[in-house]
Design a protein around this ligand. Sequence first.
Ligand code: 5BU
Length: 460
Amino acid sequence: MTKEQFILKLHEIGAIKFGSFILKSGLVSPFYIDLRDTISRPKLLEGMAKLLANKIQELSFDIITGIPYTALPMASLVADILKKPLVYRRKEEKAYGTAKSIIGTFESGATCVVIDDLITTGESKIETAEHYEKEGVKINDFLVLIDRSSKGTEILAKHGYNLHAVITLDEILETLRSNNLINSDVINQVSDFTNSLSEPEIASSELDYNTLTKKLLACMKRKQSNLILSLDVSCAKTFFEILDKTAKHIVMLKTHIDIIDNFEPKFIEKLRKYSQKFDFLIFEDRKFADIGSTVRKQYRNGIYRIADWAEFITVHTVAGEGIIKGLFDGISDRSCFLLARMSAKENLINETYTRKTIEIGRKNTSVVSGYIGHGKDVADIQRFKSRIPKGQLLLMPGVQLERGSDAMGQQYITVEEAVEGGADCVIVGRGIISGDNPDELAVQYQARGWSAYQKRTGQK
Ligand code: 5BU
């Protein structure tokens, strides 16, 4: 099968369509490609496998994989043609039994070519590569049937990977046009669309910061601080004693209001006075996680009435996007951070969860100021940060002056690692409040955090 025959066949069977399609991201695309049903057409599948195999026969590598589900049958045919061992990654993470998540046998350090049907943003490819690399497999090359984004090669290259594509979107358009199957209007619509997006960051670069994010950024600038104090003490008296000593160094105060003993509404009155006097924002780290209708009440009612006084809250996306609507519908001047990654050891958030959380955040920028995240080192945080839309921030807990951990699974990286990797603010609790001199410690955290921030962003 030639490339032209392949393209015409895909068009004939409706695997490539033109019209108006709503994508997962909410964007409306003038074209749609879906290769899933090709597995039921043995001749076409065989032709595709030969085209794929041809493209990589000159490369040197040890094993082959396909990204489930669509590309896995293709990869298995390619593996057969090239007589290379096939492995694949379990799509669902196993909650029990052996921790093995790659099926098949390979030697540690084996090089692997990853096959997929399509590439758009490259994001899921990078996620896959990170996963394989964690398991001791070296990835240099990705092979796809269709490169539907003009930036795919560039994006993977930025992460150190080569992209090989059997055909590109331009070739599809050209072939269909020369066979009179589409006209130039369609071609223009498609190219306008692809030019308007590339990488998620670029796609969202026109998104502006929401009002609350702007308020936070302005306060950071005024106070020359990206330090968020997590004042996790139960005694109200101690709470304000520490706040007295540290408030001028912080941009935001993070509370866990439900740990305060003998809570009374006057605690909030006092807190608000402090926030005005010392110029900091209030962030209640009540991690909402229920259905929309319940969180709505948890946020507005009860003894804490969080919506009345906390500018920011944290939200788990485990219950899906409805939680955002439940929390914020009808409320103004409030925003949140979504939990995209946690600092706790062996937490159950996986890469898919993180990606979907960012998708939800991207669709709700007016009330999502950013994400809470963590990472094992600078490079890991940088990769994570590159997926966060430009108009949203990354706040990082699990930060101290030195790396370390506590007895209950908390893991710490340093202020510099966090900020160099991409954290806009660092969240520090015991690093400051457990010391003998919280005021001196706050000064240190502020200085180190802000200097790393200036270094990364060039901000004065
Ligand atoms: P620490 O004392 O600096 O370890 O406190 C960290 C704070 O950040 C604490 O209030 C946690 O509830 C909060 N936190 C966290 O540590 N890790 C996470 O992944 C998230 C929140 Br989300």
